[in-house]
Design a protein around this ligand. Structure first.
Ligand code: C2E
Ligand code: CA
Ligand code: CA
Length: 395
């Protein structure tokens, strides 16, 4: 005999509520709760925790997987479009599952742990459920520790930039550098950007951090440009959260005026996953940046399933093929064909192509033959400190 507690949170509810009004939001909640009820048994219990959060107690759960089965039913029925007034709304849910007594023997602990699991379901990309596991709590703890340390990272001078060369595959010369942030904390040691950037995004810390990176990268570029006047631009990664923040455009305008760098000397890298679900405001901002002269690049291309016809309408000039497709070419024929297709399509649409993650000469050979414009990867150079880059340019 066991009881399962499900913690459910609607995805995108806040957007619906904010854009269509509380009246529509309330009706949606009523509809969702009656749908959830419809897949539960008499003995189960449904309660609203406030906002768009619900708790379900499954008396009837025999074991973990029977609770999972109920989650699947709930996800399925919540996903069906809801008609309210004249709107057809699409929503979905994220659910966390905690089992009594193995994941907690009182209500408070069960809710807390189911909530933690729900948070992970959201992280998995929403519209899914996740079982609680002690490991999750440890992860949440780790995240909190990182978050606390990250809050002071700028003031404590713990963040710095590395630069990785981008090679012109025609002239075989360094054309530019990509700025990559690094973090070294006294207690945590070296933390990879793949770990801390998502946390910075979740907490909004990415806005000041991103501004710091942007400024530093521009300053460093101007110094490098004095040594090597043939350098064309600096590539800077921009997080979607940073891009969407209210003052983004004004901030970078102020910075570039201060430093005296031209927009055409800056390439902003935005990931394809993000660009894919761009709203009108974001497209407007892209156009504005473009008209100011900034170069725009789509990073991690090929992983976001966007259509070329959509991309062709975007004001970008560079497509950066994701490393996953560059790996093992030409041996891996699948990757080779995808890379070939991306380069051919990009060319026909007038985009420049960059291949990232080149590690071996054979990869460079194929990419050159295919007409790829720029190469980046350990084969040419690892990300290096500013000092090392400077010295290599002087030599
Ligand atoms: P990304 O923008 O796709 O950056 C490329 C990553 O691939 C970098 O990892 C780089 O060091 C690595 N790399 C480059 N060449 C090779 C290669 O030949 N082989 C292999 N195995 N790896 C290679 P890194 O620096 O750890 O950054 C990881 C991700 O963190 C970046 O992916 C980017 O999404 C994010 N990131 C890094 N710096 C920044 C930043 O300044 N701002 C923002 N918003 N995100 C950043
Ligand atoms: Ca990048
Ligand atoms: Ca990339």
């Amino acid at each position: 005999y066991t009881v399962a507690l499900l913690f459910l949170d609607l995805d995108r509810f806040k957007i619906i509520n904010d854009t269509l009004g509380h009246n529509v939001g309330d009706k949606l909640l009523i509809e969702v709760s009656s749908r959830i009820k419809s897949v539960l048994r008499q003995s189960d219990m449904l309660a609203r925790m406030g906002g768009d959060e619900f708790v379900v107690v499954l008396e009837s759960a025999k074991n973990k997987s029977s609770a999972g089965f109920v989650c699947e039913k709930i996800l399925e029925i919540v996903k069906q479009p809801v008609k309210i007034d004249n709107f057809k709304l699409n929503t979905s849910a994220s659910i966390g599952v905690a089992m009594f007594p193995s994941d907690g023997d009182d209500m408070q602990t069960l809710i807390k742990n189911a909530d933690t699991a729900m948070y992970y379901a959201k992280k998995q990309g929403k519209d899914t459920f996740e079982y609680y596991d002690e490991k999750l709590s440890e992860d949440v703890h780790d995240q909190l520790v990182i978050e606390q340390a990250l809050k002071q990272a700028i003031q404590k001078n713990e963040l710095y930039l590395n630069y990785q060369a981008q090679y012109d595959l025609n002239t075989k010369k360094t054309k530019s550098f990509e700025a990559l942030v690094r973090w070294n904390n006294d207690k945590l040691g070296f933390v990879s950007p793949a770990t801390f950037i998502p946390i910075a995004e979740d907490t909004g810390l990415i806005v000041p951090i991103g501004e710091f990176i942007f400024k530093k990268a521009c300053e460093d570029f101007m110094k490098l440009k004095q040594i090597d006047t043939t350098l064309e631009y600096i590539a800077i990664n921009i997080s979607s959260i940073q891009f969407r923040s209210a003052d983004f455009l004004n901030n970078i305008k102020t910075i570039i005026e201060e430093i005296g760098i031209k927009p055409s000397q800056i390439e902003l890298e935005l990931t394809e996953r993000y660009i894919m679900d761009f709203g009108e405001d974001s497209i407007k901002l892209l156009n504005e940046l473009k008209s100011l002269g900034f170069k725009m690049s789509i990073d991690d291309f090929g992983t976001g399933y966007s259509s070329m016809s959509y991309l062709s309408k975007l004001p970008v000039e560079t497509i950066k093929i994701d490393k996953a497709f560059i790996d093992y070419i030409p041996k891996n024929n699948n990757n080779l064909q995808i890379t070939k297709a991306i380069i051919a399509l990009s060319k026909s649409l007038g985009y420049r192509t960059v291949a990232e993650g080149i590690e071996y000469p054979e990869q460079e050979d194929v990419l050159s033959d295919l007409g790829c414009d720029i190469g980046q990867g350990y084969f040419y150079a690892r990300p290096q400190s500013f000092e090392d880059i400077k010295n290599s340019l002087i030599l």
